[in-house]
Design a protein around this ligand. Structure first.
Ligand SMILES: [Zn+2]
Length: 268
């Protein structure tokens, strides 16, 4: 079985002490490729040093810290051979860590960068529908994933109409907040579905035993795969192969050779 985790925050300090062990466990679990999420310029830079596919961008939480250097810095990182997407970028009207005008400004700036570089976009949206979709539509964004989809049917339909890929996390394993996803995941076309852990966040709530400090990691992706396959009523192996193929296609993993990079020797 071959699995691709399209979003793991491996530069998070939670992985500082034992990242190589985490990678070894992921490989053991069949997670062949991990795309490291960049959430700030600095974290994107750290991600570029891991020798794995990564995204370069600024999360909407950090929009308030962006300035004139931000886009040139992301652009420079985007030329790295292992950079597979621009992001994560988007809007987060749930936490509101940055004012909405700042969030929109820097979301659009990254979106335009991605389009000009012909790079796919790794998109974050939380409680920002329909504004988020309006912006994507007016920019004719197509090569993109709505990562960690947790929304309702109308939001899903809007993304699918735009041609987006949909990233499903362990949110679907949450019997309190994620129950609706069990139904909605069936409405995602097979060629649009992607899987991700969003580690160290979003540890599947039904994982037994719960990991230490409740830290999520890419090795738990098969658990998410099984939950998705169960919801779809289909064999896990099939869903694994399809989602891996989708990830390879969206992020051109074969072209950049970055898939092989995830299998690099563990020697530091
Ligand atoms: Zn996110």
């Amino acid at each position: 079985m071959r699995l691709v985790d399209i979003g793991a925050n491996l530069t998070h300090p939670a992985f500082g002490p034992d990242r190589d062990d985490v990678l070894a466990r992921a490989r053991q679990a069949g997670v062949e490729t991990i795309i490291v999420t960049g959430t700030t310029v600095e974290e994107s830079r750290q991600a570029s040093a891991l020798g794995m596919p990564f995204t370069a961008g600024v999360h909407p939480h950090h929009a308030r810290d962006c300035g004139p250097d931000t886009i040139p810095q992301i652009k420079a990182l985007a030329s790295h051979p292992h950079c597979v997407a621009i992001g994560e970028c988007g809007l987060d009207f749930n936490r509101n860590y940055s004012p909405h005008p700042d969030q929109e400004k820097w979301f659009i700036a990254q979106l335009e960068l991605g389009l000009s570089l012909r790079k796919p976009l790794f998109l974050h949206s939380r409680d920002a529908h329909p504004r988020f979709s309006q912006i994507l539509k007016s920019h004719a964004v197509k090569q993109a994933v709505a990562h960690c989809f947790t929304g309702e049917r109308e939001e899903l339909r809007a993304y699918l109409d735009l041609g987006l890929y949909i990233g499903i996390t362990g949110w679907i394993c949450d019997e309190r907040r994620g129950r609706h996803l069990i139904e909605l995941v069936r409405e995602i076309p097979r060629e649009r579905l992607l899987l991700e852990t969003d580690a160290p966040y979003l540890t599947p709530r039904d994982l037994k035993p719960q990991p230490k400090a409740r830290r999520n990691e890419p090795a738990f992706l098969p658990h998410i795969l099984k939950a998705v396959a169960r919801a779809l009523g289909r064999p896990a192996e099939e869903v694994a192969a399809e989602t891996a193929r989708n990830a390879t296609e969206l992020f051109s993993l074969h072209e950049s050779g970055s898939s092989a990079a995830a299998q690099r020797p563990l020697a530091a």
